[in-house]
Design a protein around this ligand. Structure first.
Ligand code: SF4
Length: 890
């Protein structure tokens, strides 16, 4: 008898947001992967959100890029690497080092990032390496450096549990950093006196736990925090002892804030007097205050000033570096922090050293024994793509990111890549909106296949470990970079045999000439053995000396010493908050993430569970704005920007402010006909950080005058004809699509046959046609099981999406399938709320109404909703409040 091989477990880290949750993966003897939260990881202690929980669903090889390609032709790695190396070399020789660039990613592991930065800055001799983290937290980096003299996040996650007041500003934590949100919920449950303030133009899911929601006008945060500084002064909350001992510039900063009395602040921010005063008084009275901020602060043309306006209030009260208090930037990506450590931004050097500092340049060049070193900052992301567009940059290597979708002014970015003489793209997928512009495609290893480290928002370095074989000829990014460097003539300087070699070098560089000159120091690991690297536990930096405890909570600045020339923190004087430029377009456009998708959906789009919550792109708009533009809930709308229009579904609710609209960032040409929101967004950026203002665009909205609407499900991928609107997503056993057109269909049957790639066969096809009302329903049933179905109508098709999507492969009466709704034995679950367990809104409402469920625990016991990852609990609580007739926000 052959004994089955015991499942192999591996500790690794989630590849999505900046919380950096630990994950334990298990691979059974058939190769099936399961994931669970790592109970020992100090970021999550076993918790995972919906995205982390569904990681195993994203590991299939569908659509993977498995071999290198040149101009669409499969080639060997050697041929591809030679082409990259020789083209970069020739371009540099002909036009100089600044004629080439790398555009990398917060998805890169620290080791990948380190090699990319070393090659560009130390050997090519340009600083033209920037990263999609420019879009995520560059304003925080700039704000930190202005205030602290270093890019340091002072606090740790534990501070969120120790605080008496948490201010969440520009942060929909419930959806974007769900496990941190869950930690706060747990802390507030055990200490109900803990207060939460949410500052956000939108009423987001995070408001579920808010004691106070301040629906601030877009981009008026600077005024709000200047007003706070003035209030703290007037209320006697200023800590003069701390200011005198540890800071500089307070008087000037306060003087600039004195203009912002309550009336002025109310007028600018739109916050009413009672709420504004309450917020200010709570801050004034509460020593243990943490201010958490994220993309709503960073993604602004005044992002750096926003960050410093927040930090000023903490310095003024001395609330920094001690348990339960401090400003806290939460990064969007899994390794935004690791990228900062190695100098992955165009204006950084390496190990938190500065390009403009000749001593730092000398140190790094000597350490690398490099022939050159960049002497000035390179091009930041927006300027980089402009330089590609105008021919200044002639060769670019894009790695682990999708700028054609994620960059603002995305059409211009697309045109830039089309016009660029040489584009290399390293990716795990063959078809993205960016890979189609590549001359050379390099197959990269993905999560579970690559090996290295990432750093989360609390400066904690964790291992991302390999637990799957590399598919096809996919290779780690550090390897491809190293091979190119060798072919460019720098063999001995890039002689790495594994990620451990790179990590040791990175750690050693961080430790040179320290003597408290810099914050980032992981010298404890400069001689780490391969086996210790392999088993490395999560650790926070700074980690100067060996023997440090892995479980420590390592706060910064508790001693009042900072990394400025005089050791004092700087107050930043903010003279005049910028005003939005008047726009011909009426609505302010806000963009952001949804609960269950990640960036451009290259991974989460593979998961049926994650695609069930929100299956198509949408625009949230208020009832009054919807009435003004003449659209109703669930109709399609056109959003018009300066250069382009897109089509998305209208979601009419009053979670927005009048005059604003919210659209998610995720949908690309791979998932919808015309829904790339960043084609409407201008590239205006913060002048200091270079971070684009992705929360504050301008659009008009008009109805999309559809002649017909459709909904389809199929076990096979759909072949969608050239129509004006479609949006497709995975379901449990196949695919689904929303469809609509501006031109009446000539022949509905032919349309159905094309969509399903099969001719009409009376043996398998069932139809219901009411041509006078424009209703056509088709179902393909084989062996009494549903294979595909299409519903066409002149109005938005009324079929139950969640029910139909769940019927693929199921048996039922033909008439039931053609009705598009379940019978009493299989009721319609409604829109999916709990993605993990597939529980819909109708099931939860039934539990509330019919089974008298009054708490989320009752609903969990009755339906299981919310009992796995808990990411849907805010929505379940909102349904409970609606049923009880309570306002959704307290
Ligand atoms: Fe991953 Fe969710 Fe944890 Fe973020 S909160 S790291 S997405 S599991």
């Amino acid at each position: 008898m052959v004994c089955p091989t015991p499942p192999k477990s591996t500790r690794t880290t989630c590849p999505y947001c900046g919380v950096g949750c630990g994950i334990v993966t298990t691979v059974d003897d058939l190769g099936a992967v399961s994931v669970r939260g790592d109970e020992e990881h100090p970021a999550n202690f076993g918790r995972l959100c919906s995205k982390g929980s569904a990681l195993a669903e994203t590991l299939d090889l569908d659509g993977r890029l498995l071999e290198p390609e040149i101009d669409g032709i499969q080639v060997s790695w050697n041929t591809a690497l030679e082409r990259v190396a020789q083209t970069f070399k020739h371009t540099i020789q002909t036009y100089g080092p600044d004629s080439v660039a790398f555009y990398v990613s917060g998805q890169c592991l620290t080791e990948d990032y380190y090699v990319a930065n070393k090659l560009m800055k130390g050997f090519i001799g340009s600083a033209n390496i920037d990263t999609n983290s420019r879009l995520c937290m560059a304003s925080s980096v700039a704000g930190h450096i202005r205030a602290f003299g270093s890019d340091t996040v002072p606090g740790v996650y534990e501070d969120l549990e120790l605080a008496d007041l948490i201010v969440l500003t520009g942060s929909n934590l419930a959806w974007c950093h769900p496990v941190l949100y869950q930690r706060i919920v747990a802390a507030k449950t055990s200490r109900p006196e803990m207060r939460i303030v949410v500052i956000d133009p939108r009423r987001t899911a995070t408001c579920d736990i808010a004691d106070l929601h301040l629906p601030i006008r877009p981009d008026t945060d600077v005024v709000l925090f200047l007003g706070l500084l003035r209030f703290l002064d007037q209320d006697g909350a200023i800590n003069s002892t701390y200011i005198d001992a540890h800071t500089a510039g307070f008087e000037a900063a306060l003087t600039s804030a004195l203009t912002f009395d309550l009336e002025t602040t109310m007028a600018a921010t739109g916050i009413n007097q009672t709420d504004l005063h309450t917020f200010y008084q709570w801050i004034s009275d509460t020593e243990k205050t943490v201010t958490v901020y994220s993309q709503g602060v960073n993604q602004s043309i005044s992002g750096t000033d926003k960050v410093n306006a927040i930090i000023n209030t903490h310095l003024a009260t001395g609330r920094i570096g001690r348990p339960g208090m401090g400003p806290f930037s939460v990064t969007g990506q899994p390794n935004a922090m690791g990228g900062r450590e190695v100098g992955g931004l165009a204006n950084q050097l390496a190990a938190h050293m500065q390009i403009e500092n000749p001593d730092h340049r000398h140190l790094v060049q000597a350490f690398w024994s490099s022939p050159t070193i960049a002497t000035k900052p390179g091009l930041k992301a927006v300027d980089l793509f402009k330089a590609i567009s105008n021919g200044q940059v002639k060769a670019v290597w894009v790695m682990a990111t999708n700028p054609v979708d994620s960059m603002p002014d995305a059409l211009q970015v697309e045109h830039a890549l089309q016009a660029c003489p040489f584009v290399v793209v390293s990716d795990i997928l063959k078809n993205t909106d960016t890979t189609r512009h590549a001359n050379v495609l390099l197959p990269a290893t993905g999560w579970g296949e690559k090996d290295g480290t990432v750093t989360n928002s609390e400066r904690r370095i964790s291992r991302q470990r390999k637990f799957l074989p590399s598919p096809g000829n996919a290779k780690p990014d550090w390897w491809a970079l190293t091979e190119v460097a060798r072919r460019m003539g720098w063999d001995q300087h890039f002689n790495y045999h594994g990620s451990a070699d790179i990590f040791r070098e990175h750690a050693a560089l961080s430790a040179i000439d320290t003597d408290r000159a810099r914050d980032f120091d992981i010298g404890a690991f400069k001689d780490v053995s391969n086996s210790t690297y392999e088993t490395l536990h999560p650790i926070q930096w700074p980690a100067r000396f060996t023997g440090i405890s892995t479980g420590q909570n390592n706060r910064m600045f508790g001693d009042g010493k900072f990394y400025t020339h005089d050791g004092r923190a700087n107050f930043v004087t903010i003279d005049s908050p910028p005003k939005r430029q008047p726009s011909a377009r009426r609505l302010v456009l806000n963009t952001g993430r949804v609960r269950d998708h990640w960036h451009t959906m290259t991974r989460t789009g593979k998961s049926a569970k994650l695609s069930a919550h929100l299956a198509e792109p949408y625009a949230e708009i208020t009832k009054s704005d919807a009435k003004h533009v003449g659209v109703h809930d669930a109709e399609l709308v056109k959003l018009h920007g300066a250069k382009k229009s897109i089509v998305v579904r209208a979601l009419v609710n009053d979670g927005q402010q009048t005059g604003t609209v919210f659209v998610p960032m995720h949908w690309t040409d791979q998932f919808t006909a015309n829904g790339r929101i960043n084609t409407l967004m201008s590239a205006d950026a913060d002048p200091i950080s270079g971070q684009p203002g992705l929360k504050c665009g301008a659009v008009n909205i008009t109805p999309f005058a559809a002649k017909w609407y459709g909904f389809a499900v199929s076990r096979q991928p759909l072949t969608i004809p050239d129509i004006e609107y479609w949006a497709t997503s995975k379901t449990k056993n196949g695919w689904r699509a929303e469809l609509a057109g501006l031109v009446s269909l000539e022949n509905q049957t032919t349309f159905a046959e094309n969509l399903f790639c099969r001719p009409l066969n009376p043996k398998t096809w069932r139809t219901y046609i009411d041509a006078s009302h424009g209703i056509y329903r088709f179902a393909v049933i084989e062996d009494e099981r549903l294979v595909s179905a299409l519903f066409l109508d002149r109005k938005p098709a009324t079929a139950s999406r969640a029910w139909l999507a769940g019927q693929l492969g199921e048996a039922s009466a033909d008439t039931i399938f053609l009705s598009g709704r379940g019978g009493a034995d299989r009721p319609d679950p409604g829109s999916i709320i709990c993605a993990c367990l597939g529980i819909g809104v109708n099931q939860i409402n039934a539990a509330i109404t019919n089974s008298q469920c009054r708490t989320t625990a009752d609903i969990g016991a009755k339906t299981q909703a919310g009992t796995n990852c808990g990411s849907c609990l805010p929505e379940i609580r909102a349904l409970l409040k609606v049923k009880e007739g309570l306002p959704i926000t307290q």
